[in-house]
Design a protein around this ligand. Structure first.
Ligand code: GLU
Length: 493
């Protein structure tokens, strides 16, 4: 075997270069995004480069708009690439369809070494070989039909690798450890198709080499093909990168791989549903990576600091939507009042935003009571639809029965309580819930808290359950609060 040499040493020697190499086929599923995240975190932690490479060599599978979709998804999460389809690097375009000349150049090197040849058969003939093998119950291997002499390649036929050595391959995976596979995996695979495009098998190896990729991080579905890749590295005389196999993402029960039915959606649907990108990043980082210890909430900077290949797990990590919701709540609670108000406003249905009393000012005051409990946007919409927020923007209809719902708050008791509260609030400061509370607290304690708070809260909201009356009074403002208490008094009289 000839000595391994670098065909193209990158001019700038960077210690770690990783890449995420999606095919533009539409959907950005959770598994892909998690792979991108790990590759990004590792490169950046090591002060290296992260490349977004678009593997668009299968034109039939391409879905229009996918490249934009991929970029938008990664950008939303905060995964930034040094080079990508929008930003070619020192090694040229990061879209494989723009790099056909480079693959041809590498293919020519193999032809020159006698390690590649045009497939002399028609597709029908190859199919017949395959069927024959099937009938004889043996695996189909193209190398069994390798022609004795190679024709000149004119590009009209697929170009195949002449697999350089039939042997058992042993390799090291940074996560899985020692792996090996035998000669049954090795074959004269197609490297350039008849349409002039390279196959994935060939193109990714050329690109990883050209782009100086040091760590190939991808899913376990590529393990079985690795001997083929290794035979290509050998044929090309280039060194192997480090292989880092990502653990699969499992459904919440941990038993099967995550599928669409288990709630896995396109990543941007999570954005629409009101998941925050930092929460999503944190959540994804913990699927198959376990830094140890109790900590679960990690900022991006903490992830960058702590991420390591050693802590990537071999076995699958579960996608647990409940945990995602919990995580999102953690991050929602960190939002500024202003940011959360904007978030809540987007979630409110028109039935609320079209109320005549609707205003950002009132929503800003209402928001903290929502922020405390909510996990995700839909909970706000649903609560609004259940009628939980309308009171803040429109005077509720309140009946005598409502005010006296509570068994021990009889109408004849409620009336003097409300009258006294009204009087105490006349000169009160309404600038915070606490200043309102201060005006009423002594009296509430004197008569028994529930005796005052219940009728007062119902007068303000018309609801059996709502925030405390001081907060409610603060939210609707002094004039409106006084009016609502007055309305209740009138009802009771
Ligand atoms: N284009 C391949 C895919 O989408 C990339 C695999 C790799 O990372 O090498 O699965």
């Amino acid at each position: 075997m000839e000595e391994k040499t670098n065909i193209n040493l990158t001019s700038h020697q960077i210690s770690v270069v990783t890449r995420f190499a999606p095919s533009p086929t539409g959907f950005m599923h959770i598994g892909g995004v998690r792979t991108a995240l790990f590759a990004y975190l590792y490169a950046k932690k090591m002060g290296g480069e992260f490349i977004l490479r678009i593997e668009d060599t299968d034109k039939a599978r391409e879905v229009e708009g996918s490249i934009e979709h991929i970029m938008k998804s990664l950008r939303w999460l905060g995964i930034e690439w040094d080079y990508g389809p929008d930003n070619p690097g020192p090694h040229g375009s990061c879209k494989q369809s723009d790099r056909l000349d480079i693959y041809k150049k590498y293919a020519q090197k193999l032809i020159d070494k006698g390690l590649a040849y045009p497939d002399p058969y028609t597709p029908e003939e190859v199919q017949a070989f395959r069927e024959q093998a099937q009938a004889e119950k043996r695996p189909f291997l193209f190398r069994d039909h390798r022609p004795k002499t190679f024709e000149q390649w004119d590009g009209s036929k697929p170009l195949r690798l002449k697999v350089p050595e039939i042997k058992r391959y042993h390799w090291h995976d940074e996560v899985r450890g020692a792996l090996e596979a035998g000669e049954e995996m090795l074959d004269d695979i197609i490297i350039i198709k008849a349409d002039g495009f390279p196959t994935y098998n060939f193109a990714h190896i050329v690109d990883d080499q050209e782009m100086g990729v040091t760590h190939v991080m991808r899913g376990e579905e590529f393990i079985s093909s690795t001997p083929k890749f290794l035979s290509l590295y050998d044929a090309l005389g280039i060194p192997y990168p480090k292989f880092v196999t990502m653990p699969p993402i499992m459904a919440a029960d941990g038993k099967k791989k995550l599928g669409k039915r288990d709630g896995a959606k396109d990543i941007l649907e999570y954005k629409t549903d009101g998941y925050l990108p930092a929460a999503m990043m944190n959540f994804l980082a913990l699927i198959g990576w376990n830094p140890g210890g109790e900590q679960e909430v990690f900022s991006k900077n903490e992830l960058l600091e702590k991420f390591s290949l050693e802590k990537i797990q071999r076995s699958g990590g579960a996608f647990n939507e409940e945990k995602l919701n919990w995580m999102n709540k953690e991050y929602l609670q960190k939002l500024s009042a202003e940011a959360f108000t904007t978030y809540a406003a987007e979630a409110l249905p028109e039935a609320i935003t079209s109320l005549s009393g609707y205003s950002t000012e009132i929503l800003t005051k209402l928001s903290p009571t929502i922020q405390e409990r909510v996990h995700v946007k839909s909970e706000i919409t649903e609560a609004a639809e259940r009628g939980e927020y309308a009171w803040a923007f429109a005077t509720p209809e309140v009946t005598t029965e409502m005010i006296t719902w509570k068994k021990d708050a009889r109408a004849e008791d409620a009336l003097p309580r409300l009258q006294k509260a009204h009087q105490l609030l006349m000169d009160a400061d309404f600038s915070t819930p606490d200043t309102i509370k201060a005006a009423l607290w002594d009296y509430a304690q004197e008569v028994g808290k529930g005796e005052l708070l219940w009728p007062l809260r119902v007068s303000l909201t018309g609801l059996e359950r709502s925030p405390d009356p001081f907060t409610c009074a603060y939210i609707v403002g002094k004039d409106e609060a006084m009016q609502r208490i007055k309305n209740a008094i009138n009802k009771l009289q």
